[in-house]
Design a binder for this molecule. Structure first.
Ligand SMILES: Nc1ncnc2c1ncn2[C@@H]1O[C@H](COP(=O)(O)OP(=O)(O)OP(=O)(O)O)[C@@H](O)[C@H]1O
Ligand SMILES: [Mg+2]
Length: 247
């Protein structure tokens, strides 16, 4: 469903993503972890066609992103790090806008949206997006992606800004969608979420994929057992307690 080969992005002389290889299978939940600035958002933006690729290739749903960007965009959903929505639209106008540009079946999509709004307590579609809090925007963004039932969904730190109940609902929805065949690629800094939800985990550090596998596979390659300890060992965070003691 997602194949990246030697995917690379440079900003000037700086290599933000360095020869990344990924292969994500249908209905897999793949967690993409890494420290701040590791290259997660840059990777998602290249995989979803919102940032040009310096070198390497991306195939989504067996189509090359360089050849069929529109066809791919129709069949994927993206929840970006910062929900970018038109502030001077009302929520319901944003929903109409999405239905129109993606040309999805209106009745079916609105039916699904209604269920999602009920679950997420979204009762503010009559208000202007400019007046929403970050969490309110995030929930609407998630709902407008899920209402289209895309084949592949990319989520960049989707639980940031969500209250505990909404975060729990989102996790359950991701699992339900994956069970129904959707492929999920998401980033998170909450290792507990990755531990509980992901079939496979990839860890990126300084632009390079430094580990990948199921949690059990990662454990066999480390002297540690918890994902937090494995993550810190691999990304050089082990020494923090010594540094704190020295403060
Ligand atoms: N448009 C840009 N121009 C220049 N450098 C950029 C640009 N976008 C990202 N970078 C750099 O690329 C690196 C990776 O950034 P990226 O946003 O992918 O990190 P991230 O893993 O998503 O981090 P975080 O966990 O903080 O969201 C960083 O060093 C960042 O400064
Ligand atoms: Mg990011």
């Amino acid at each position: 469903m997602i194949i990246a080969k030697e995917l690379t992005r440079k900003f000037g002389d700086f290599t933000a993503v360095d020869r990344l290889n990924l292969e994500i299978k249908p209905s897999e939940i793949y967690g993409f972890l890494g420290p701040n600035g590791a290259g997660k958002t840059t990777t998602i933006r290249m995989l979803t066609g919102s940032l040009s690729i310096t070198s390497g290739t991306v195939k989504i749903l067996d189509m090359d992103i360089a050849e069929k960007p529109i066809e791919i965009k129709k069949r994927i959903g993206v929840v970006p790090e910062e929900p970018k929505m038109y502030g001077n639209l009302k929520g319901k106008e944003f929903v109409d806008f999405i239905i129109n540009i993606y040309k999805v079946n209106r009745q079916e999509t609105l039916g699904r949206l209604k269920e999602l709004c009920d679950i997420f307590d979204i009762n503010y579609l009559e208000d202007f997006i400019n007046d929403y809090s970050h969490g309110m925007k995030q929930k609407l963004m998630v709902a407008t992606v899920l209402m289209r039932k895309p084949d592949v969904i990319f989520l960049d730190e989707p639980t940031v800004g969500l209250d505990a109940k909404s975060a729990k609902i989102l996790k359950m929805l991701i699992q339900k969608y994956a069970e129904e065949g959707t492929t999920i690629f998401f980033t998170t800094h909450i290792l507990e979420i990755a531990e509980k939800m992901c079939k496979r985990i990839g860890i990126i550090n300084k632009g390079k994929l430094i580990a990948e596998g199921t949690l059990n596979e990662l454990r066999t390659k480390s002297r540690y057992k918890t994902l937090e300890d494995i993550f810190l060992e691999l990304t050089g965070g082990e020494e923090v307690s010594d540094l704190i003691k020295e403060l």
